[in-house]
Design a protein around this ligand. Structure first.
Ligand code: CS2
Ligand code: MG
Length: 402
């Protein structure tokens, strides 16, 4: 089964998405997501200018060999741009293989381990009262797990709080917008949010929180400890993880479960975090972590060390990634949870898919492949628009992590 065509489709139905479509001489095609928020065209060029010329004429069924060819063959390994491009090709090839077998993708991975994939939604508000009301809205929609983010008193804006509550989108500027950050103001506000949430709704729902890589290990330890009475499902990205051993200090001080990894691009970014049991959930997902072929290795390593999956699922991960992730989640033995931020109706129209939300779970269909397509005519109606994620400064003007 020879690859005869591969093209990159860039579309902006409200936000930018990069998609690869690979076609074979047997008339089958597969699609993969290549979206890297705020750096989309770098991946489009990496695919178009460097990978696609080597892809044409190859046997589409040799997924592992093609993965190794692009990973080893670049000489320059890893990194988000390269690994996202490899992931896109990998997912498109798995889509083709499953279509050729006339099976939904989860069957090729090993079959169903569960009936539905538990997801968490992203409730947010400008202050505690608004966030508490939003969490209530998610509970009413049937969610079993909800991540709660709130504005910090004294800071004009912060990560995780948006105008449009249902379709959260942080990439909001033609040039990066600048936010201000204060760790002490933040640390004072978060425990109050979770105390109010537990007082209001009790302990029946899973609650999660994202710190977006803004604390030092000892600050994260403080936060984790202060949240212990509210029994979080996880505390996410409390500490930037370039220094994996930095998590030891954080880990030793708190029993709040720890999740990290949405910005990782390979198993080498989390090898120590996993093997030293410094985390409970690994968030690296298919599009930024080298595709299904590489995520499978991460999940197997994690399984040995009691670490479960909790894949990233923000709006900048296209429905193609969501579809592929849901097949993976339906199979993977050490599944934990899946993030689910809803896409806008325009995005859903460009990417028709057969997964659906059902009372706190996402459920996949039985369509051969990963069950997500791209409507090229609709995609063409939405040309690329440059959009950056914000940047962050401390109150004295120092550049900080966003
Ligand atoms: C986030 C993301 O969903 C999450 O957990 O941390 O919203 C993240 O900010 C974006 O994916 C960045 O592109
Ligand atoms: Mg996050």
């Amino acid at each position: 089964m020879k690859i005869i065509d591969a093209k990159v489709i860039v579309t902006c139905p409200g936000r930018n998405f990069v998609t690869i479509k690979i076609t074979t001489d047997q008339g089958l095609y597969g699609i993969g997501d290549a979206t890297l928020n705020g750096r989309e065209l770098a991946v489009a060029s990496y695919l178009q200018d460097h990978l696609i010329p080597c892809l044409i004429g190859r046997d589409a069924s040799r997924i592992e060999d093609i993965w190794q060819f692009f990973y080893r063959g670049a000489y320059w390994r890893r990194g988000p741009v390269g690994m996202t491009a490899i992931a896109a090709i990998d997912v498109a090839l798995w889509d083709i293989k499953a279509k050729a077998a006339n099976m939904p993708l989860y069957q090729l991975l090993g079959g169903r381990s569960r009936d539905g994939v538990m997801v968490y939604g992203h409730a947010n508000g400008r202050d505690i009262a608004e966030t508490v009301a939003e969490v209530g809205r998610y509970i009413d929609m049937g969610y079993k797990a909800i991540r709660a983010q709130t504005g910090v008193p004294g800071l004009a804006s912060t990560y995780g709080v948006s105008g449009d509550k249902m379709y959260y989108e942080p990439a909001d500027g033609n040039l990066p917008t600048e936010n201000l950050w204060s760790t002490s103001k933040y640390l004072n506000s978060v425990p109050k949010l979770f105390e109010t949430l537990r007082d209001t709704y009790g302990f029946d729902h899973h609650l999660l929180h994202d710190t977006h890589h803004r604390l030092t290990p000892i600050e994260a330890a403080q936060l984790g400890k202060s949240l212990e009475p509210y029994k979080l499902f996880w505390l996410e990205d409390a500490v930037p993880a370039e220094l994996q051993e930095g998590f030891r200090l954080f880990r030793q001080h708190t029993t709040t479960p720890i999740a990290v990894g949405e910005v990782f691009s390979s198993i080498h970014d989390c090898q120590q975090l996993i093997s030293e049991q410094l985390i409970d959930y690994i968030r690296t997902t298919i599009v930024h972590g080298g595709g299904i072929t590489h995520l499978r290795r991460i999940a197997h390593l994690a399984e040995l060390y009691h670490v479960r999956t909790g894949f990233h699922g923000a709006t900048d991960l296209s429905p193609v990634t969501m579809g592929a992730a849901l097949h993976f989640d339906t199979w993977v033995p050490n599944f934990g949870i899946q993030e689910y931020m809803r896409h806008t109706p325009e995005t859903d129209e460009v990417f028709p898919h057969d997964y659906h939300f059902d009372n706190g779970y996402l459920k996949i269909g039985e369509t051969p492949g990963h069950g997500v397509d791209i409507d090229e005519a609709k995609a063409a109606k939405y040309p690329y628009q440059r959009a950056y994620l914000p940047v962050n400064r401390l109150e004295d003007g120092t550049m900080f992590n966003w």
